[in-house]
Design a protein around this ligand. Structure first.
Ligand SMILES: [Zn+2]
Length: 339
């Protein structure tokens, strides 16, 4: 057995490389300029450095991150101008009760001093269960109002993959979990309440699997935008629907969709793990690739994750990759221009 064959055999056994992709050779981009990634989770500078090596290889420039408050100053010092910081609570403290809320409020002020103007509300069903709160809860409303008064704009994670809802799934109605459809009224109430702030819905607003409802939301709320992040979920949502129809959706809403990866920096991840996310996103948006996705997905039909590329027009890609982030996030949220 040659070295190359052995290498391929090893690679195809890892969850981020089922098909033996050489991630050290990024596909050539269809667009010019660097891509802005609006949704990541970086951490301390040393771990983040390895991730940035991949970001550099894949043409990713500026990055928005949900790094813990404790890492913000060090990241700023190590990588000047590379990151913008989205305000988050201390996830380890996540739970019911006033302590979590009080601590979150304090963090909001600290993030604000460091230049943050976007606050993330993580309201997936699992988070609702752990905290006993949702976007309508008085305590969360206090955080929201405090953020609003400081001048923050909003970001939210609402919903979760449709495959996770049901009696034999993660979110069981018999355990008091709301259905997929029931996740979104609280979001709409928040959108109604703060029409003068940008609101970015993570992971295609949690509802790429229900494009009709997402379209209505985008039409009704001109301040609502979405990011394209969460690789497995988005890849699956596209593969399970009619490609032409999804492509039409992206073209129609080309001014409202921002590129995001949802990459998480951590000790257990290596170069190829990080690269696999950018590789798949690039194939998804830029090509008409139709075949097995290299990233393992336990929720995929018959355990075979399919990647169905949308082959978006270059002018749509340009908007998704940087123009929209410049307009909505740097312009409207931060009130500044970038070169
Ligand atoms: Zn995320």
């Amino acid at each position: 057995m040659t070295q190359t064959t052995a290498q391929t055999a090893v690679n195809s056994a890892v969850p981020h490389n089922l098909t033996g992709v050489d991630y050290s050779r990024p596909p050539k981009r269809k667009t010019g300029g660097l891509v802005i990634d609006v949704h990541t989770h970086t951490r301390d500078a040393a771990l983040t450095r390895e991730y940035l090596r991949v970001a550099d290889e894949y043409g990713i420039g500026r990055i928005w991150t949900m790094a813990p408050l404790e890492d913000v100053d060090a990241l700023k010092a190590a990588f000047p101008g590379r990151f913008e910081f989205i305000a988050i609570p201390k996830w380890q403290n996540l739970g019911p009760g006033d302590d979590f809320i009080a601590e979150w409020m304090r963090r909001l002020d600290e993030f604000y001093k460091r230049g943050s103007r976007l606050i993330k509300f993580h309201m997936a069903p699992g988070t609702q269960k752990r905290t006993g709160m949702d976007l309508d809860s008085p305590a969360i409303q206090r955080v929201m109002q405090h953020a609003y008064e400081l001048g923050y704009h909003f970001m939210s994670h609402v919903g979760d993959p449709r495959a996770w809802f049901g009696e034999d799934r993660k979110y069981k109605p018999s355990e008091g979990q709301r259905s997929f459809d029931q996740q979104f009224p609280m979001l709409e109430r928040m959108l109604e309440k703060y029409p003068d702030r940008i609101h970015m819905g993570a992971h295609m607003g949690g509802s790429l699997e229900d494009m009709d409802s997402l379209q209505k939301r985008l039409d009704r709320y001109p301040h609502y935008i979405v990011d394209s992040s969460a690789t497995k979920w988005i890849v699956r949502a596209i593969a399970e629907q009619d490609t032409a129809r999804v492509r039409e959706f992206f073209i129609r809403n080309q001014d409202r969709i921002l590129f995001g990866s949802d990459l998480v920096v951590g000790e257990k991840y290596d170069h190829d793990h990080y690269a696999s996310r950018y590789w798949v996103h690039q194939k998804l948006w830029e090509t008409d690739f139709n075949g097995l996705s290299p990233i393992e997905d336990p929720d995929a039909a018959e355990g075979k994750p399919r990647l169905a590329g949308l082959n978006l027009p270059v002018e749509v890609l340009e908007k998704m990759y940087h123009t929209n982030a410049r307009h909505w996030l740097y312009g409207r949220v931060l009130g500044r221009t970038i070169d």
